[in-house]
Design a protein around this ligand. Structure first.
Ligand SMILES: [Fe+2]
Length: 314
């Protein structure tokens, strides 16, 4: 399916790209609460390298890499009164945090995993690359390979994460990924429709446009795609029924039992992974397909999620 950009969206993207370019160029981090002046990510990365070295010394590094490649399939069902009959059983292949260049050949692991599944739509909630800056071109062949392997009649929709650059949008769209840059698309079946709205990343690159797109009331069954759960209150207030996000990696390196050591999320520990509720809205935070910082996972398997939409009976 091809989701054409309106003239208004084209104009908005020009403004958005110039703002995003400035934030990226000067490494400004802007959040809903204001500027984030000091990023501790570089220090965090250095600590992770030290941690990795320590794991190599004690001989468990290889196990962590194996864990990172052992992708689980999570099947979830979302029930709603407002789902049109035509979309009953509609399936979404939900991928988040691919960080595709973190492990060599990881795209082939993903492709093998999704082989044989049937779904109607694929959504990707950001963080395509490992680094947060520098060239992204090296990831394009791997992303294209995945997109080519995805067989979704309603196509591939994606939002950017805090590791992604605005420059990715053009090559992604050329390979068939429709990016939602604070934009909305409508999926139609016969005369019925559902809405999918996607925001730009709000962890580093928040602008009020991300909020605005969630405040347009299209009615009916609405899905929000966002890299983090940070706008879940806005989405719930505006009658979204489903909110899909990632970013936390479920902690990536967790204590036995799955308790995250670090989740990169200050608010609401309840939204670090899996299903959650915000008012009437159902949310789901993916543990992510890939890894960042260090290519390891412990007590927190990577996931590919299959979401099935169901009609709720009154
Ligand atoms: Fe990520």
């Amino acid at each position: 399916m091809y989701y054409e950009l309106s003239d208004g969206e084209r104009n908005n993207r020009i403004v958005w790209a110039s703002v995003r370019a400035t934030l990226e160029r000067f490494r400004f981090k802007y959040k809903r609460g204001g500027f984030k002046t000091k990023s501790k990510y570089r220090l965090f990365e250095k600590l992770l390298l030290l941690f990795g070295l320590m794991l190599k010394v004690i001989g468990v590094y290889r196990k962590g890499v194996q864990n990172a490649m052992n992708i689980n399939i999570e099947n979830i069902e979302v029930e709603s009164y407002s789902l049109p009959q035509e979309f009953k059983g509609f399936r979404i292949l939900f991928l988040s945090d691919l960080h595709i260049d973190a492990i060599d050949g990881f795209e082939d692991v993903i492709i093998k995993k999704i082989e044989g599944f049937s779904y109607d739509l694929c959504v990707i909630t950001g963080d395509f690359r490992m680094d947060t800056e520098g060239s992204f071109r090296k990831i394009l062949p791997a992303v294209k390979k995945i997109v080519d392997a995805v067989k979704a009649p309603f196509g591939v929709l994606a939002v950017l994460g805090n590791h992604d650059t605005y420059l990715m949008v053009e090559p992604f769209e050329a390979m068939g990924i429709r990016c939602l840059i604070n934009e909305t698309v409508f999926l139609t079946k016969n005369k019925a429709k559902i809405t999918v709205a996607g925001t730009d990343d709000t962890y580093y690159f928040y602008t009020d446009k991300a909020m605005d797109v969630l405040e347009q009331d299209a009615g009916g069954f609405k899905i929000c795609l966002s890299h983090t759960s940070e706008l879940s209150d806005v989405a719930a207030r505006n009658n979204f029924k489903l909110y899909l996000c990632g970013h936390t990696h479920g902690g990536q390196i967790c204590l036995p039992g799955g308790k995250p050591v670090i989740s990169h999320q200050k608010s609401s520990a309840l939204k670090v992974k899996g299903l959650w509720k915000e008012g009437e809205m159902t949310g789901y935070t993916s543990r992510g397909v890939g890894v960042s910082g260090i290519p390891l996972r412990f007590n927190c398997p990577p996931e590919i999620t299959l979401v099935t939409l169901k009609q709720k009976n009154r």
